[in-house]
Design a protein around this ligand. Sequence first.
Ligand SMILES: *Cc1c(COP(=O)(O)O)cnc(C)c1O
Length: 353
Amino acid sequence: MTEANTFTISKLLRPHIAGLKPYSSARDEYSGKEGVFLDANENAFGSVTEQPFNRYPDPYQHELKAKIAELKHCRPEQIFLGNGSDEAIDLLYRAFCEPYLDNVIICPPTYGMYEVSAEINCVEVRQVPLTADFQLQPQAIMEAVDWHTKLIFVCSPNNPTANNMAVDDIRYLLEHFHGLVVVDEAYIDFTTQPSFVKSLEVYPNLVVLQTFSKAWGLAALRLGMAFASPELIGVLNKIKPPYNINGVTQQLALAGLNRTDVFREMLAETLRQREMLAETLKSLPQVSHVYPSDANFLLVKTPRPKELYDFLTQKKVIVRDRSKLALCEGCLRITVGTAEENRQLVAAIQQFV
Ligand SMILES: *Cc1c(COP(=O)(O)O)cnc(C)c1O
């Protein structure tokens, strides 16, 4: 297909963003490490805390990106880091979607932020639901596309259905859609399906989102990754707040990336607990179905979801009621916990009559 081949970011961008001259921070204008730094109105005497935080952090997180590039087998220029994936999602809207004019496509049931961010940015959302077995409808998606469609959001593994989208369907969209296909891989570490990061050189209209909030266990740091062509990353860099990733986050994420043994151990335990919990839940009369999971949570069907949810909450076991979502009738979404947490969950469900 030829449209992706003729893809150019400048034609897709909102005109005022294409012409924008970004804020130039003190650290943009001089990025050396040695010297007497009197350029950023920082506190030369230190910080009120024991640890020093008086200097502004690296606005482009060079050290962190070098490490991530190594791990993900891509180039640092293909990485954007945001204050959570949510920042990357918001910046994509602000860069590409003209309020009251452009639209995006989402495939419910899926992650809620795509739609919330659209509403915040006054952008129309077109919904093309997943099939009954939670897969994309690529042809129907392309029928919903017009020349004002700028983004298609695909979540794989999908939240809350926990399954992978078929790779061929995602490729079909990448090859036929004139805009950006945003593949949200927040749960990629929990599946054996390969990441689309390896396809960045093939598809100039691909954006892959990943996060440190799930498998890395760093949700409180607020650190999300977007992978795309260097040109697209340049656009996000141009419109982001200058110091969007704080110094503590950069420092701690870097330390975490050097402890891949701990990462692998936590991941293996999550997968073990996921399989054990799924088997246990399937044996309970209160549960009618446990969907297969490629993520760190289970979608669980039950005859009386609201009542069970309230009962569990009363017992101080908090899960997510997803039963109001299309295709998720009767479903609760349950995060895989530690062996002890899962034991308490199961014990609580067993008391529900
Ligand atoms: C949890 C999650 C994220 C992560 O968001 P952060 O802002 O990085 O914490 C992104 N996408 C999906 C689908 C998620 O479920």
